[in-house]
Design a protein around this ligand. Sequence first.
Ligand code: AMP
Ligand code: ZN
Length: 304
Amino acid sequence: MRIAADPYTELRNRLFEAELLFSTGVDGLYGRSDTYQGIADAVDHLMHRWGHDVGATVVHLPPLIARSTFDSTDYIRSFPDLVGSVHVFNGGDRDHVELVRRVSAGGDWPALLEPGEIVLSPAACYSLYPMCAGRLPAGGRYFEVSGYCFRHEPSTDPTRMQAFKMHEIVYVGEPDTAQRHRDDSLARGLSILTDIGLDVTATPANDPFFGRLGAALAAGQLDEGLKFEGVTAICSDDRPTAVMSANCHRDHFGAPFGIETATGAVAHSACVGFGVDRITIALLVRHGLDPSTWPGPVRARLFS
Ligand code: AMP
Ligand code: ZN
């Protein structure tokens, strides 16, 4: 008797069978087909048009972030369970012999590596803040940033990946403009996603802060209304999936990275982040696995 898979595994199997995603043997780490990537690129392009409209400086980012930058974001304090760190071999000949011996014997060879100067990037906008250090022009600046992110949250839910693409529109500058950017971006993001046929609603949200101390941080973030998500049903109507988030950081990045407004005050920042992979999969579920059969207006918005 075939035991029915849960809806998450079921969807992942459908995406594998259609060869839209390819298994690497690790939950949350997938190859993408040309069709899948074509949709993801079209989603990226929607955000790119937005960035262009607001005069954003575009920065394409690698999936890695300087360890010094990472340390200044305080990420490790809040999300130690999601972190990935790059370790490298700095040894000499003798260490190399031992390394190879351990590899052959199935021993603990990673123990011979040391932390490198880089960490896997957990969010696209983090790399940006050190680039903004110093005095900003009057009115602040908009940036469009995109790149692969890593979060250690292996899952059979195909929309919960370990390596996924994030695309953000970020504002750095005056506190009131940052707040407005967050609010306006939420509305604009929802409307872009609605226009491509996704049924998305806004909801107050909190980050998954770690542990007992984290519960208080999460409650504070919710109370102060700092984070909103756009959610849509992908596998479950009861537990919709966040496909975008709009975040007000206040001076969380401005202070540690020494970013100043034109008048010398600590800059505030806000970002709207889109989960490009989640939006791609939501589209495939909503409109069918073959994009050539999608409704004309949706195709026109995405592909022309
Ligand atoms: P966050 O910084 O957690 O608000 O993430 C921004 C957006 O990235 C979310 O709204 C999701 O769409 C996407 N995202 C976050 N975590 C994952 C993941 N594990 N897999 C795929 N997309 C993700
Ligand atoms: Zn961000």
